[in-house]
Design a protein around this ligand. Sequence first.
Ligand code: NDP
Ligand code: 2IT
Length: 444
Amino acid sequence: MSYLQNVLTQIETKYSYQPEFLQAVREVFESLEPVITKNEKLYEQEAILERITEPDRQIQFRVPWVDDSGKMRVNTGYRIQFNNAIGPYKGGLRLHPSVNLSVIKFLGFEQVFKNSLTGLPMGGGKGGSDFDPKGKSDREVMAFCQSFMTELYKYIGADEDVPAGDIGTGAREIGYLYGQYKRITGLYEGVLTGKGLSYGGSLVRTQATGYGLLYLVDELLKDHGSGLDGKTVTVSGAGNVAIYAAEKAQQLGGKVVTLSDSTGWIYDKDGVDLALVKDIKEVRRARLSEYKAAKPSADYHEGRGVWTIKTDIALPCATQNELLLDDAKELVKNGVQAVCEGANMPTTIEATKYLQENGVLFVPGKASNAGGVATSGLEMSQNSERLSWSFEEVDAKLKGIMTGIYKNIAAAAEEYGMKGNYVAGANIAGFSKVVNAMLAQGAV
Ligand code: NDP
Ligand code: 2IT
């Protein structure tokens, strides 16, 4: 059995109860075959695959908080510090009832490669809790965030581990978390990113993941002789990533016709009205069904169904495993040209293979959604030098990073004889930098 296969079997046995983590590992390992084969002896000797799949540490803790009725509630908090070979741990905090160790571990593992691809000095980590901010009052969210940080602060710091937003964690939550960190430690430092502009946040961070996704899509299409102008775009999700992906797609001349949330989805043949969506989602924190109430010419459906709509470009921007094999078949039947992931691992392995085998341009999230964490890296730089850069400056840097990522993953795929396989390109390019640093740093 090859070294790679051997390690994969060990991980599959040891972590058989962590399906999302195993899915992420399988996808990466499959791509790495040619790289590992080339360096098999060295990597086996140095236990590179064993070390890169085992987090530096996993922190799990109780988060007690008191709800508005005066009752004590308890959630589980997590922070997984996965790998800091190339910089301090960096990655978001997810607040969603589906959060468990497997989910945070898969996200942390992906983050290591993604952060490497940005070219910035950031290691990988991820955290969160099974707390559901939905339906909670601002006071309850604050109580949770303060309790969560009262434990988390021991493990993080501007040069150690820098959390940020993810599903369920936006500007409100980051504000409460930052306030509590500052209160406990007395430090005014860049320990979190996605902060408000008045207390160390960066311009463009709110838009960064969505805008970055579209900068990469634009580059991809240009490389294949077309562009976004006049293209139909379907987007899933209606959160931070989806909204700003839709906004930049519209700015680049695309027509965005769908969005979704966990309850249902909208189809607006005239192109979605983003001012209305922002009011519903960002201001009122309401359901997407409100869209139909305000704009009766649009369709609203309960459940899932975004991928049944005929489109040129499909952008899954909600959550993991939301684009399944049947969806991929439907998209191919309807002539989709490109599928680029705004979310982390939204496409299953079977669906990804089907899209690739049918000539669809497919870019995995660790490359295409890296604009968020890249701009977090730029926020860290601004915090360190105690300066803030203009919108234009940060936006130009973000665009440069996304263009660079596309070129880098395309070149890596080609170098290993897999031209156009951006999954392989992203995994190989992300892996190489981290491994070189690990080899140089010895047995740590
Ligand atoms: P938000 O919380 O802002 O939005 C998430 C959206 O996805 C909401 O519309 C939500 O619906 C929907 N959603 C979440 N979970 C589910 C589920 N289990 N089933 C169906 N719909 C669901 O999160 P973000 O936009 O920040 O994150 C979206 C994705 O992008 C995630 O995969 C995240 O990891 C990834 N990502 C985020 C980055 C960032 O900077 N924020 C950076 C890179 C990747 P509802 O409102 O009903 O809950
Ligand atoms: O998945 C991700 O890259 C994020 N949620 C953003 C992480 C960050 O540190 O900005």
